[in-house]
Design a protein around this ligand. Structure first.
Ligand code: BV8
Length: 246
């Protein structure tokens, strides 16, 4: 097997679950207590901005909790990226998550395709800035200061994910595509595994439970256990994929 030089990851809410951040589709997940149509679409924001801002303010505030920190899975990815790039390899981490845990863990080549809780932008002039506290509809853009209030820098349903071309190019050039902690239900991210396979990459799923997707290799269990195990083995023998399939 050729050395796995170009590795692309897609992470979802499951990698942050053990850091205390709710996932979306678990029985006690975010979508169990909030209707997507009421908090995560442009129409919802136009209809009831206060409700949408409150939904994101609660989640942004949680990132200030000292208990919420990168876990062993986030840290293992940052460590692996450093080792792989030091050997001349390419590593791209695409996350669907809007928390800041990959950044805090030290991941460098990171694409936050669904945006970030700690960022806001002005729909009128495009100004973007870091924002760590509550956002209210009275917070006007400091650049154009028009009537346009700043909005959460989140890709809502029906909006085009960020850096989609870069994501798809990375997936098409991957030797190995690893999906971690995602139910694989939200597109276009959920289509990346098929794109990777069609481009000849090996594919692996590290998750709490199997999803309906077709992967070459799989390892199931909590991310803080399966992610360090998988990447430590990969670091020690970069020319073959750990055969973990259960
Ligand atoms: C778009 C930000 C037009 C908000 C989010 C086909 C093609 C394109 C679009 C569509 C399509 N079919 C349908 C669509 C429309 C829609 C869509 O996919 N709907 C779904 C529901 C059917 N997609 C869109 O609207 C997208 N935009 O289509 O624009 C376009 C597109 C391309 C080109 C031209 C035009 C926009 C989608 C983005 C929406 N925004 N997030 C916010 O965060 O509030 S999506 C949201 O879901 C989050 O980002 C989240 O990350 C993401 C995916 O969820 P997961 O991360 O997978 O979380 P989930 O809870 O589902 O699963 C957690 C997993 O972890 C589970 O498997 C669990 O077992 C595991 N787990 C739990 N604990 C652990 C664990 N694993 C390991 N260890 C543990 N401890």
């Amino acid at each position: 097997m050729t050395a796995l030089n170009s590795i692309v990851l897609l992470t979802g809410a499951g990698i942050s679950a053990e850091s205390g951040i709710q996932t979306f589709r678990a029985s006690d997940g975010l979508w169990a207590n909030h209707a997507i149509e009421e908090v995560a679409t442009p129409d919802a924001y136009a209809r009831n901005p206060a409700k949408v801002l409150d939904f994101y303010n609660q989640r942004r505030t949680q990132l200030q909790d000292p208990q919420v920190a990168p876990n062993a899975a986030h840290l293992a990815l940052a460590k692996f990226e450093q080792a792989l790039t030091a050997q001349g390899g390419r590593f791209t981490l695409i996350t669907q998550n809007v928390d800041n845990l990959h950044r805090r863990a030290g991941s460098q080549n990171l694409i936050a395709m669904h945006g970030e809780l700690q960022s806001v932008f002005c729909p009128a002039c495009g100004h973007r800035q870091t924002w760590v506290h509550d956002l209210n509809s009275t917070d006007l853009c400091p650049v154009c200061a028009e009537s346009a209030p700043l909005r959460p820098d989140i890709v809502w349903f029906g909006e085009i994910p960020y850096q989609l071309d870069a994501c798809q190019a990375a997936v098409e050039q991957a030797d190995l595509f690893v999906s971690i902690g995602t139910s694989g239900q939200v597109y276009p991210a959920a289509g990346f595994v098929a794109l990777a396979k069609s481009a000849g990459a090996l594919t692996a799923e590290l998750n709490l439970e199997p999803t309906r997707k077709d992967f070459d290799f799989c390892l199931y269990g909590p991310a803080t256990q399966v992610v360090p195990a998988f990447f430590e083995q990969l670091m020690n023998q970069p020319t073959q994929l750990p055969s973990f399939c259960q």
